[in-house]
Design a protein around this ligand. Structure first.
Ligand SMILES: [Zn+2]
Length: 505
């Protein structure tokens, strides 16, 4: 019997080395999106392919499998819920996922996803689903094969894919929270549509000089706690956050002179992701304890700062005067009430990424239902546009005029990202439930925001969520932090409290 402690230390050293190698790839990825000259794309692809190959080799090495099997008994390393057991549990999960996939399937997936994304771009441009259909069929077939290879405890194919983004989550769990949320939101959206009280959103598309937007966004990101000595903000076509490693987190945004909310709330959103990355315990880099809990929990951090904080009345009671001085031309004749109403505008629209806090969740639920049906085989890809439009009509009371504004709008399925969508709405649900608990623990948060005090909330998130890494899976983390399982109630309460008065409901 090998010495357990020594084996554990070997495992940690190995995981750390693999994560270091992976983080070099992340840095190259960031550079590709922000700085890479066009002609460097080919060489970059080779660099990235080499690194991913090395990471894959390390992640599937038989020695790693041996370490994991020596450490398989949680009782040897502190018990089921100990930090060490979490490190082994998640390393095992990653290892199993990696070794269960035959090399042929991995290569086939990667090739198909690249070509399929090209086909999707063309099909979306041409508003022609038929052009994309053969590729979608191919991706779906491969993802079904992937799901079978990985398997799931529930026996539900979709769960094997969902697990990649939301470790341990199941379709049944997600459905039980999405169900009540969906019914309540469909009703709320229809009431908003019928309301004769609608904000004037044209004030948000006046002239907001880009360099001033940049300064203003940076000052807000700094105020909520993003550490610019441990991160930076750059411009990218598709905004993202990349936690390279301890002390180095890259966030990006994009500016449009005639659309204030895009860059501003986009920066708060990415800064929220960044604050999570910066709050992970540096000493555990490379293991589960230094890793975010799930994509949904990650999204809860970005959504909380973007929406529950950044779109709150109290936040603007602090930031509105500075905003008026920064953008006198756009805002000097606009009252805080009108501005607040405009940044909280809710209206049904075709495009998910442009959707507001309320309708966003319905966009997600639609995709969650359809992708489940596609993976289970209940829905054939050929029937997707019809079912999409019908469901859209049921949720939003309108039917997309073409597939570019319907089922062709997102890159995800063409890129093989099936099982990813629900994490966005889970993020909103987690955010509301965490925020409710933070208020119970910390007292009057709006009063703090009014004074520009964001540190108490940030420290609470650091302690309750960030510092724990992935010691607990998302559902357990929510229970530990809030004392109850995830439910739709906090999000619905939050939305009603904010939206009802704005729309006179
Ligand atoms: Zn996000």
């Amino acid at each position: 019997m090998p010495d357990i402690e020594e084996r554990y230390n070997q495992l940690v050293a190995r995981l750390r080395e693999t994560a270091l190698l992976g983080s070099c790839g992340h840095l190259l990825g960031w550079d590709e999106q922000t700085n890479l000259p066009k002609k460097g794309a080919g060489h970059r692809a080779e660099q990235v392919a080499l690194l991913s190959g090395l990471v894959h080799e390390k992640s599937t090495a038989p020695e790693l499998g041996d370490m994991l099997s020596d450490l398989r008994n949680p009782e040897d390393i502190g018990g089921e819920e100990s930090p060490q057991a979490a490190v082994v549990r998640e390393a095992r999960r990653q290892y199993d996922r990696a070794v269960k996939l035959p090399r042929r399937l991995v290569e086939e997936l990667s090739r198909t996803e690249t070509l399929s994304q090209q086909a999707w771009i063309e099909a979306r441009k041409a508003k022609d689903f038929a052009q994309f259909l053969p590729w979608l069929e191919k991706v779906v077939a491969l993802k079904r094969e992937e799901a079978d290879a990985i398997g799931s405890e529930t026996g539900v194919k979709y769960d094997a894919l969902l697990d990649d983004y939301e470790p341990g989550a199941t379709t049944e769990q997600v459905q039980s929270v999405f169900g009540p949320l969906r019914d309540a939101l469909v009703e709320l959206v229809s009431a908003i549509r019928d309301s004769d009280k609608q904000p004037d959103i044209s004030i948000l598309t006046r002239s907001y000089p880009v360099d001033v937007q940049r300064q203003f966004s940076i000052s807000a990101a700094r105020a909520i706690g993003f550490d610019f000595d441990a991160g930076r903000l750059d411009v990218a076509a598709h905004p993202f956050c990349s936690g390279i490693g301890p002390g180095d987190c890259r966030i990006t945004t994009r500016y449009d002179e005639h659309h204030f909310p895009g860059a501003f709330f986009g920066t708060l959103h990415e800064a929220g992701h960044g604050i999570y990355e910066q709050g992970l315990p540096a000493e555990h880099f490379g293991t589960a304890l230094g890793h975010s809990a799930s994509l949904g929990i990650h999204e809860s951090q970005s959504r909380m700062w973007e929406n529950l904080v950044g779109r709150s009345r109290a936040f603007w009671e602090h930031f509105y005067k500075p905003a008026q001085s920064a953008f006198p031309e756009a805002l000097s004749d606009v009252s805080i009430n009108d501005f607040y109403a405009a940044v909280n505008d809710v209206r049904p629209s075709w495009i998910r990424v442009e959707a507001d806090e309320v309708t966003y969740n319905l966009h997600i639920m639609l995709r969650f239902e359809l992708e489940q049906a596609i993976v289970s085989g209940d829905l054939s890809p050929a029937d997707l546009p019809g079912v999409w439009n019908e469901t859209f009509q049921n949720y939003f009371g309108m039917t997309p005029p073409d597939d570019a504004l319907g089922c062709l709008q997102d890159i995800h399925w063409s890129a093989g990202l099936i099982g990813y969508f629900p994490t966005y709405a889970l993020g909103n649900l987690y955010a509301a439930q965490f925020f409710e608990q933070a208020e119970a623990d910390l007292g009057d948060l709006p009063e703090m925001f009014r004074k520009g005090e964001f540190a108490p909330l940030k420290s609470w998130l650091n302690e309750k969520i960030h510092q724990r890494g992935l010691q607990y899976r998302a559902d357990r983390l929510v229970e530990i932090v809030t004392g109850k399982p995830l439910s739709a109630a906090p999000l619905l309460n939050y939305l009603h409290n904010k939206i009802d008065p704005l729309y006179g409901l």
